[in-house]
Every structure is written in structure tokens, then in C-alpha cells.
Design a protein around this ligand. Structure first.
Ligand SMILES: Nc1ncnc2c1ncn2[C@@H]1O[C@H](COP(=O)(O)OP(=O)(O)OP(=O)(O)O)[C@@H](O)[C@H]1O
Length: 218
């Protein structure tokens, strides 16, 4: 469902990734590990069409992401991708329920369904009682769980998650990985998880390591 074909990306004169190949099957979970600064976040951003590539191709369900125009990339993200950003990107002027419901608002769902699904997912990440609270009232780990709920609420085909358990204690982290399983894998959705956690990586079907020489099996 996701294919990276000889993807090359440079910042200035320095090639960050060169001729990168990766193939992710429906329902497959891939853990991407690798040293800090090697390009893992950039990899997720390229897949989501948030960062242009210099050469190669990225195909999601047969659609070439780099060939889309900006409107097409926005639509692809809204409809098919859930993204847990390393820095959360939870919007401070929206309540937690409104933050989580945002993908459903963009998808054109009615208010009642948006509300119900956002609250249900906040419950699933252990923040049901805080649904009407504000991001400024939350700890880092709680914000991370809001970001996870928002990435799952529209039932994406592909979850891209950048250190999704980085701010969580081991038990909470494990329960978030359980949630990915129950909400995504059952429907054939795939996931690419960037993680430094061997615990989280072990739960995936495959672990790859991003190195200066490209992606290698770990
Ligand atoms: N917009 C940009 N312009 C120039 N350089 C950038 C840009 N974005 C990222 N980089 C550089 O590309 C490299 C890879 O960054 P990236 O965030 O993808 O690494 P990472 O593997 O996710 O690191 P970490 O594990 O620390 O999050 C870094 O050296 C970073 O400074």
C-alpha cells in the first residue's frame, strides 16, 4: 500500500537519504529506528507530502504523492493519513474534543458524529474526563495522547507516528500501541512508527534502521 522507490532528498549540498526503497503491505507495521538527526522525521514528512523529494517516487495506494499538487496532498492527508507529530501540534485555542474532532470537521462530518467519535477516542486514550479542557492544562504525555486520538479518529489507511510513546510511561505506551492494533490493523491500515524504543519496535512486524547507507533490516 506504501512504496518508496529510490527516494533521494538533500538539504543544501548534503544528501540526507539516497535511493531509499521501502515497501509496506496493507496491515503491516514498520518500526523505523536510527540515530538522532539521520532523517527519520524527514522520511515521515516526505511520505505525507509535507516535505518535497528531489528524486524517486512515493506511492500510497498507487497514488504518486510527489506528483500531486498542494490541494491533492492536503486531500490525501485528510482522507488517508493519520500523523502523530513529535511536537504534537495540538492547537491551543481548541478544546481537547475539538482538537481530536478536527480531521472529522475537515472531512465534512456532522457535529453530532464528530463529537461522539472525538469523545469516544479521548476515552480510549484515557482522557475522556478532560474532553472539554484545554491543551495548556495538559502534561506532555497527555498532549501526546491527544495527538494519538486525533491521528486515529478519521480511521486512516496509514498511520505515520513520530516517537508516539516518547513521552509516555511504559504501561501507557503499551496501551497506546494496543490501541493502534485494535483501531488500525484490523481494518488493514498500515503504520510506520519512528521510535527509539525497542519495546515499541518489537511490537511491529518489521524493524528497519535508517543509516547513512539507507534503510537496512534490523
Ligand atoms: N528544513 C530543513 N532544512 C535544513 N535541514 C533540515 C531541515 N529539516 C531537517 N533538517 C536536517 O536534516 C537532518 C535530519 O532531521 P530529522 O528531523 O529528519 O532527523 P531524525 O532522524 O528524525 O532525528 P531525531 O531522532 O533527533 O528526531 C537533521 O540534520 C536536520 O538538521
Amino acid at each position: 500500500m506504501l512504496e518508496l522507490l529510490r527516494v533521494t532528498k538533500s538539504y543544501g549540498p548534503r544528501a540526507l537519504v539516497r535511493d531509499l526503497d521501502l515497501s509496506v503491505a496493507p496491515g503491516e507495521y514498520i518500526a523505523v529506528m536510527g540515530e538522532s538527526g539521520i532523517g527519520k522525521s524527514t522520511l515521515l514528512n516526505m511520505v505525507a507530502g509535507l516535505e518535497p523529494i528531489d528524486a524517486g517516487d512515493i506511492r500510497l495506494d498507487g497514488v504518486s504523492v510527489p506528483a500531486l499538487d498542494e490541494a491533492g496532498r492536503v486531500r490525501l492527508r485528510r482522507e488517508r493519513i493519520g500523523f502523530v507529530f513529535q511536537a504534537f501540534h495540538v492547537l491551543p485555542h481548541l478544546t481537547l474534543a475539538q482538537n481530536v474532532a478536527l480531521p472529522l470537521l475537515l472531512a465534512g462530518l456532522g457535529a453530532d458524529e464528530r463529537e461522539a467519535r472525538a469523545r469516544e477516542l479521548l476515552g480510549a486514550v484515557g482522557l475522556g474526563a478532560r474532553a472539554d479542557g484545554w491543551p495548556r492544562e495538559l502534561s506532555g504525555g497527555e498532549l501526546q495522547r491527544v495527538a494519538i486520538a486525533r491521528a486515529l479518529v478519521h480511521r486512516p489507511r496509514l498511520l505515520l507516528a513520530d516517537e508516539p510513546t516518547g513521552n509516555l510511561d511504559p504501561d501507557t505506551g503499551a496501551s497506546m500501541l494496543d490501541l493502534f492494533e485494535t483501531r488500525l490493523r484490523a481494518s488493514g491500515a498500515a503504520a510506520v512508527l519512528v521510535t527509539h524504543s525497542h519495546e515499541a519496535a518489537r511490537r511491529c512486524d518489521r524493524i528497519v534502521r535508517l543509516t547513512r547507507d539507507g534503510l537496512v533490516a534490523a
